[in-house]
Each structure stands twice: as structure tokens, then as C-alpha cells.
Design a protein around this ligand. Sequence first.
Ligand SMILES: [Zn+2]
Ligand SMILES: [Zn+2]
Length: 166
Amino acid sequence: MKVRVRCPACGGTQQVSAARTPSKTSCRRCGRIIPLALTGSVREDLEVDACPVCEGRDLYVRKDLNRNMGLTAVVIVALVSAGFLWSGRDLVAYAVLGAFALVDFVIYQLLKEVTVCYRCQAEFRGSYRRTAPPFDLHIAEQLELEYSRRLQAVPGSGVETRFLGD
Ligand SMILES: [Zn+2]
Ligand SMILES: [Zn+2]
């Protein structure tokens, strides 16, 4: 499977192959060494049991949709149907909107699911079995806070050293 890793230092992302990546990668933007604790099931694309970046086991699944692409489509459809409305062809305008809603619904059903780590926002794409529950805002708030505290932890506490590299 492919893992989109988010750098704990600068927030830059990069995609790595779980099967081929060694035990660490370096951030392409700031050069920080990011250790990766890839489990056997992640390497073999079986299941995301633990996040290789933060070692968290709290994950969720969401539809893997491209926000920009979706927004562009909505704007285009709105403009097209507004054009038909303006030129007095109301029925065509409504037909365009209706067809778009239908296509949108079908595409949404066909979209694959991606697993995301609550703490470090790592994303996992592949043919593995989806076992994580859907997104929960309450869990997200707690774990994001915990993770940001961990990143700011005093050096030498044992946790922070994981992100300093070697
Ligand atoms: Zn970075
Ligand atoms: Zn993580």
C-alpha cells in the first residue's frame, strides 16, 4: 500500500510505498528524518493495524475524494445551469442540475475508502481490508491535541527523540 506521510516539523506531505520503504524517510521540504515503524500487515497491504509515523492505533476511514476536483465540477455545473436559466430555458437548467446530482451520487458510491490516522494525518491507500470506523470529531479533537503536545514534549522525555532522527 501507499502511505502519505505528513512531516511532524513542517507539515509537508510525501507518499511512500510501504513495501519498499526502509525504516525511515526524510522530509522533502525540510529534510527532517521521519522514522517509520511499518508493521508486517502494512507492508504486505493486509490491514492498517498501526500508523508507522506515530505508532497510533486510532484510525478512521473516509471516502477518498479530491476536494478541488469536486468544487470545480460544482462551479461549472452552477454556471452552465445559470446560463440556461438566464436564457429562459428553465427546463434544461433543471435537467443539468438533476443529471449532475445523479452523477455525483454514483461517483460517491464508487469512490474508494482511504484510512487516515487521527494523530498525524497519515493516509493509507491500497487494496487492504478496511477495518477502521468512520470519522468521529470528538476522538479527533482529543487525539490531535495529544499528538501536538507530544511533538512539543521536552527533549529527553523519550517521545520527542523519535522525531529528532539519528
Ligand atoms: Zn518537513
Ligand atoms: Zn499516525
